[in-house]
Design a protein around this ligand. Sequence first.
Ligand code: SF4
Length: 496
Amino acid sequence: MALKSPQEYVESLRALKIRAYVAGERVESIVDHPAVAPHINTVAKTYELAHLPEHEAVMTATSHLTGRKIHRYTHIFQSTDDLVKKIQMLRLLGQTTGTCFQRCVGLDAINALYASTWEVDRAHGTDYHQRFCAYLIRVQDQDLMLAGAMTDPKGDRSKRPSQQADPDQYVRVVERRPDGVVIRGAKMHNTGGINSHEILVMPGTALGEDERDYAIACAVPADAKGVVFVFGRQSNDGRKLENGCQDYGNARFGVVGGEAMVVFDDVFVPHERIFLDGEHDACGTLVDYFATWHRANYGGCKGGNADVLIGATAKMTQILGTMRNSIVKDKVTEMVHLTETTYASAIGASAMGHALPCGSFMVNPMMANTVKQNITRNVYEIGRLAHDVCGGILATMPDAKGFDNPELRPYLEKYLAAAPGFSAEERLKMARYIENMTSVTTMVEAMHGAGSPQAQRIVMLRLAELDKKIRMAEKVINGTDDVQDIPLRAVPIPAR
Ligand code: SF4
């Protein structure tokens, strides 16, 4: 069963007995909860598309461990072609769902752990890599949905993990037993965690010699004893709870990734699920690997999301009768330009990838960080242009329930209708989609997902090789690099 069907995914979630809280209340079945169901639908699409022949090339891969056909979301990148296909997969899924489909965090986590365990074993004589590969084969064969958990609460940001007044502000080992360890702490902004089968816990920062207890990477079943999910709020999420709400926006697939806080309240992790324990010197590279892959992703997924947003905006211009206005057309063109710019960077980062020591492939780090840096601006600008083109109705629209009220319906149909051939309800649905997909939750996710903007700028400056660039400038300007027998000559000035 290397490729789960969407139904199998949903039923497998139903079988998990997780401890989850939504809006402050314990929820027995997240599968049927209206706040979580749209995010489950989105992940179900990742399972569905893998079964369609037309998407087989981007949605599936061949396991280098078993030779079996697997979902691309459980694959270790074997070439730059794999990296490019991943970005193509993300754009396809973004176009299909219009939102975050969550599984990329787990994908980048397995790749980061695959490469890191290989390197740690060589440096420390451990056997993590073999252990991780055995775990990965099970993930591939069962087509599991994995959530990567990296961001710690961090407490006082001026202090390191070992200096915090509360030592649990970073996930740590609190007990070592002969058969495993007990971990305590929490991870924040956990994309898709609440509807995953397993959580891959990783350190969230580089660690020092005195922080070995924080150097823990492991796999925890979502329903392990002591794991608690606290589902996050999102813009306009109260609308999801209105039974049968017709104008929620992206009602079927939701807004971003259904992020949750996940608490590890003294969770026991058996030996075979531990992939790093105490090797503090490996943590910086592990975080770096994960972040670099994930930063390139945004050119694919946000590109696909933007395609849907551009489509909704263009549809609104038809409804409003402004589609032939050259100023409006230019604004829509700018939305396209911003989208394609970031997608091109992600494809470039993938095509210019390189092999890691373990043999798997890494994207070009400079380009990957540039992708994410652009996303922190372009998603806002694309949203701003959508607001500009579609008008104030995005913020002032009446409730769709008004159409059910015979006293109101004639007014709504008369005064919300615009160009002939389009209904008021159609306008309302498009506008509500744009409102939700350019909301605060969506924007903040684009800003801080895969690391806040300054994190990318630090890497970009580190990789910029300014010394080299200074020498380039000196050579060009001073001519110090000229080949001796072809001296640079001044261009003769023609006689008047
Ligand atoms: Fe995937 Fe994009 Fe969501 Fe990250 S933000 S999990 S890359 S869809």
